[in-house]
Ligand binder design. Sequence first.
Ligand code: GLU
Length: 494
Amino acid sequence: MTDEKYFEEMEARIPHGQVRTRFAPSPTGYMHVGNLRTALYTYLIARHSDGVFILRIEDTDQNRQVEGAEEVIYRTLEECGLKHDEGPDVGGPVAPYVQTERRGTYKKYAKMLVERGHAYYCFCDKTESEEDSGEFERADCPCRSMNREEALRRAENEPYVIRQLVPHEGTTTFHDASFGDITVPNDSLDDQVLLKRDGLPTYNFANVIDDHLMGITHVVRGSEYLASAPKYNLLYEGFGWEIPEYVHCSPVMRDQQHKMSKRHGDPSYEDLRKEGYLTEAILNYVALLGWSPKGELAETEFFTLGELSEAFDISGISKSPAIFDIEKLKYFNAHYIRSMTPEQFAEAAEPYIRQAVGNEAYSAAKIAALLQNRCEKLTDIPEKLDFFDELPEYDTELYTNKKSKTNAEISLNVLEQALPRLTALESWDEESIKSMFTDFAGELGCKNATVMWPVRIAVSGRLVTPGGVVEICDILGKEETLRRVELGIDKLRG
Ligand code: GLU
């Protein structure tokens, strides 16, 4: 096929007439919070307009390849419900969606750009970093003005890169949805490498080719790419292609000065999950890191993914950097924990409950019910349950409590009288246990707390417990409760 025909066919494949966005991660093995936010905004822009959300894997930087990295991307998108309509795994009209599989395409388009006078072959021996960064004195480069026949002849048997031919004069302006119009003098732009010696494109070239050939209407990405946007525009213009809408998102910061970074131990999406945060809470919080709803929804904090798809609009994206605040995330997480049904919570909590409570006789569902209103994240769970499997050592001072009007002597008396009452209970459930305590307090003519406090200490050995004495006795079962109450009596008798 002639190149001419190839280009025509590629053009013919491009879908038109719909919003098309793409999330284009490099497989680094790690989805940082900023990346997740980019994925989310990209998804929301597509969904908001009934458009198409595409996943493209940008793997042309072979030095950065990490084993299993693509898995992290697929898993994260799936867990978060950011379902892509086109991508390497699901295919689509403009496949392939992995850049290394598009290698032949970039070379053809790079050569096309040379023919159109917007790029040139460069045979200079540059160090790799010069090549990657484009930082070298282009005025000195003899290849820039080499005539095309000579360049083509040398390219047949010499290694080369293809560079963008950026004009020295004039200015270039580009438009970004949040940053507005930005104009730069062309002499501040370098002749960046488009095609490397190994025949692979640089990111700077591949993104333009792919965004065009995939029919991308909105390019959503981190603001670190803002500085390169004028060069991308010059490429689009060089090809005579329509420039997509740019939506550059400001970084997510750890504090005023520092971006979040893996190297400094800032958590990735997967880290946050491991730390006990729910996906819904992470997504909701991340959505608001750099975007705010307007109008009627201006004060709304809690959004499901579906609600975000409805509410999201590009004009709500802020250009100032957002600071990641773990306390705020905890607040969102607590909200989502509280809003689960008891069954959903029990299911999510069970693995954490079982980290602390090995005894299967102790019902995870009942324990979960004690925790749902008492934890901000799932990892808070195990430490609250350390008294179930084994009664911890405790000090008899715990029996003294002003509010409950108890001290060691009163507690001993209560426990001694509670023991036969508990023993006599025929059915062991919350209701029977509770009425035993209230009847008991009624007979003694004291507050419920005066009888409940000592028993709770005796069965848990803890000053603070999730749930009260009734629930704890119910979960422990009759035999273990009686055993612990007897131990309490022994302890108090000294
Ligand atoms: N592959 C780039 C990255 O992971 C994506 C930039 C873009 O979306 O254009 O940073």
